[in-house]
Design a protein around this ligand. Structure first.
Ligand code: GTB
Length: 217
C-alpha cells in the first residue's frame, strides 16, 4: 500500500528542514519505507479536502490505504512500530523510547515554540522585550536538564530510537536562536542525528521541494 504524506508546497523556512514533515520523512527513511508526498499550499490546507484529512488544517498527514493520520508524534509512532531500529522489541526499552518521544514533544518543544511565537508572531507587541528573556530562560533550564541526562552518551537510552529522532528534530528548532550551541553536548547530539544517512535523505528530499521552481499559476 502506498504511503502518502503531506508537506508545505513552500516551507516558510525555505528548506532548512524545520517544518514537521521532515520528522516524518526521517522516520520513513529510517524504516526503509517508500513514500510519496502531496504538497499543499497554505490556502489548500484550510480547504475541505485537506480538512477531511487534518482537522486543524495543517501538515504533515499520513495516508496508507484506509488509514489516515495527523499529528507528527502519532505518525512517527505508527512508523516506528514497524521498525525495531526506531522502537526496540524489548518491552522496557520500547517504553523508555516512547517516554523520550513524549518528552521531546511535551516537555522540550513547548518552550522552544514559545520562542518562535515571541520572536515572529508577537514580534511587534509591546511585551516582546520583557517576555523574550523569560522564554529563553525556560529553554536554557530544559536544555541544562537534558544535557545532564544525556551526559556523554551518544543517544538518550542506549541505541538510537524514535525518541532521539523527535528530540533531535525539536532541538533543531532551537538552533537558529543560538541557544542550542550554548550546550556543546546537545549540539553534538543533534549533529549525530543529522549525520545519519536517513536524516540526510529526508533533508535532501524536503530541500528539493523547497528550492524547485513553483508551477505557474
Ligand atoms: N501538533 C502538530 C503536529 O505535530 O503535527 C502541529 C502541526 C503543525 O504545526 N504544522 C505546521 C502547519 O501546518 C507546519 S510545521 N502550519 C500551518 C498552519 O497551521 O496553518 C510547523 C513549522 C512551520 C514553519 C517552520 N519554519 O518555517 O521554520 C517550522 C515549523
Amino acid at each position: 500500500m502506498t504511503i502518502t504524506i503531506t508537506a508545505f508546497e513552500r516551507s516558510p523556512d525555505g528548506g532548512k528542514g524545520l517544518a514537521r514533515d521532515t520528522r516524518v520523512r526521517w522516520a520513513l527513511e529510517e524504516a526503509g519505507l517508500p513514500y510519496e508526498v502531496r504538497l499543499v499550499s497554505f490556502r489548500a490546507m484550510k480547504e475541505a479536502a485537506h480538512l477531511a484529512v487534518h482537522p486543524f488544517g495543517q501538515i504533515p498527514t499520513y495516508e496508507e490505504g484506509e488509514l489516515t493520520l495527523f499529528e507528527t508524534g502519532a505518525i512517527v509512532m505508527h512508523i516506528a512500530e514497524r521498525c525495531p531500529a526506531l522502537l526496540p522489541v524489548d518491552g522496557d526499552a520500547r517504553a523508555r523510547a516512547i517516554t523520550w518521544m513524549f518528552a521531546a514533544l511535551n516537555t522540550v518543544e513547548p518552550p522552544i515554540l514559545e520562542l518562535v511565537i515571541v520572536k515572529f508572531v508577537e514580534g511587534d507587541k509591546p511585551w516582546k522585550d520583557e517576555r523574550l528573556p523569560l522564554v529563553e530562560g525556560r529553554i536554557r533550564a530544559r536544555l541544562t536538564q537534558l544535557a545532564a541526562r544525556l551526559g556523554d552518551a551518544d543517544w538518550l537510552d542506549g541505541d538510537f530510537s524514535a525518541g532521539d529522532l523527535l528530540m533531535v528534530s525539536v532541538l533543531l528548532r532551537a538552533r537558529p536562536s543560538g541557544l542550542l550551541n550554548e550546550f556543546p553536548s546537545l549540539a553534538a547530539y543533534v549533529a549525530r542525528g543529522e549525520a545519519r544517512p536517513a536524516y540526510q535523505r529526508a533533508f535532501a528530499a524536503q530541500l528539493a521541494v523547497n528550492t524547485a521552481p513553483l508551477p505557474a499559476a
